[in-house]
Design a protein around this ligand. Structure first.
Ligand SMILES: Cc1cc2nc3c(=O)[nH]c(=O)nc-3n(C[C@H](O)[C@H](O)[C@H](O)COP(=O)(O)OP(=O)(O)OC[C@H]3O[C@@H](n4cnc5c(N)ncnc54)[C@H](O)[C@@H]3O)c2cc1C
Length: 322
């Protein structure tokens, strides 16, 4: 699906259900309150609500490592979040740091848009699957079919065998075998939409983990150095939840909620959606989580959710806003 179709779906969804959206208001802080039970500080004032559903995205804040020598690098450094099109890098020597779905797609785009050279720095090789097995079976369907089976190691072993056939040996292109399996690590694999074609054609060069930056390029962990005009950090995102939630112990050391998405939390009236990754795909997962949260909220209101007649909004509306 294209991004425009996804955006249209969201728009139509909001219209269909008559959702009361308050766009353009940033939530700065969520805390417990004697008046709510939730106090939500936003760029448009403070709100009180009986229920808060935090769905601010797993990929909320761009994370760029503080590589030594970064200030000395004479070229351009940007995070993948600021990357729009490879045409801005035509004729340039480029290095993408990180081989996840984002890094793979950006490296492919850079080749297609005429970069002079495209390298990708890989710390741990990921499992890479073609988007369509045998050219017509969407690989994500396999993820969905296997998801309920409680034998992640066995399923990952099947995945290794499938990749051997569908992808082949990538070691001669600089990628050794995958360092993790999607079902044991509970992460989606890299879904190939052109990366393998460019890698196998020698138009993308695999380099080791990045150690530091030099004025004219990058130094890798094996001690080799190369010249680059631009470095694109496809190094992931943080949730930003640690700063958003003024609640002790709600978030772990990775910035993830301690309670699984779609499940009850230690705080009555607080729920999360969209923070658990699964090989079956984030959107698919979020759909199941949202149904569970809707049920939990209904039960919460049926029980004795605290109410506050002085609060600015009725509870269900406030929940919808957040
Ligand atoms: C390059 C890329 C490709 C992807 N491809 C797929 C795919 O093919 N399939 C798939 O299932 N998933 C994919 N994902 C994962 C994708 O991010 C999720 O599936 C989906 O966007 C998650 O939806 P979400 O609503 O949880 O979070 P988001 O889409 O991130 O939405 C969060 C919303 O919360 C808002 N927000 C955040 N903080 C605040 C705040 N403090 N106050 C107010 N509003 C706030 C944001 O503005 C945003 O509108 C991809 C991700 C990336 C980065």
């Amino acid at each position: 699906m294209t991004k425009d179709l996804v955006a249209r779906y969201l728009q139509e969804y909001a219209e269909h259900f008559g959702l009361d959206l308050r766009l353009g208001h940033r939530v700065r802080r969520i805390a417990r309150s004697d008046r709510g039970p939730w106090e939500i500080e936003t760029s448009a004032g403070t709100w009180h609500s009986q229920v808060v559903v935090v769905a601010t995205g797993h990929y909320n804040r761009p994370r760029t490592p503080s590589w030594p020598g970064r200030d000395d690098f004479a070229g351009r450094i940007l995070h993948s979040a600021d990357y729009a099109t490879g045409s801005a890098f035509a004729e340039l020597r480029t290095l993408v740091v990180g081989l996840g779905n984002t890094g793979a797609e950006i490296a492919t785009d850079l080749v297609e848009q005429g970069a002079a050279h495209v390298a990708i720095s890989v710390r741990t090789p990921p499992p890479i699957m073609p988007r369509d097995l045998l050219g017509f079976i969407p690989v994500q369907l396999l993820g969905l079919a296997f998801a309920p089976i409680p034998a992640p190691r066995a399923i990952d072993a099947v995945g290794v065998a499938l990749r051997r056939v569908a992808v082949g040996d990538l070691s001669k292109h600089g990628l050794s075998k995958a360092g993790w399996g999607p079902f044991t690590a509970r992460r989606p694999p890299v879904i190939d939409v052109g990366f393998l074609r460019e890698l196998k054609a020698g138009r993308i060069e695999v380099r080791p983990a990045l150690a530091r930056l030099a004025p004219s390029g990058a130094v890798f962990e094996d001690g080799t150095e190369d010249a680059y005009d631009a470095i694109i950090a496809a190094t992931g995102f943080d949730t930003g939840l640690g700063e958003l939630l003024d609640l002790p112990d709600a978030v772990d050391e990775h910035g993830l909620p301690r309670s699984p998405s779609g499940r009850p939390t230690a705080y009555p009236g607080l729920y999360f959606i969209g923070f658990d990754e699964r090989p079956s795909g984030h959107l698919h997962q979020a759909k199941a989580e949202s149904r569970r949260v809707a049920t939990l909220i209904a039960r919460y209101f049926e029980a004795d959710a605290p109410s506050d007649p002085e609060a600015g909004m009725a509870a269900p509306r406030a929940a919808g806003f957040v």
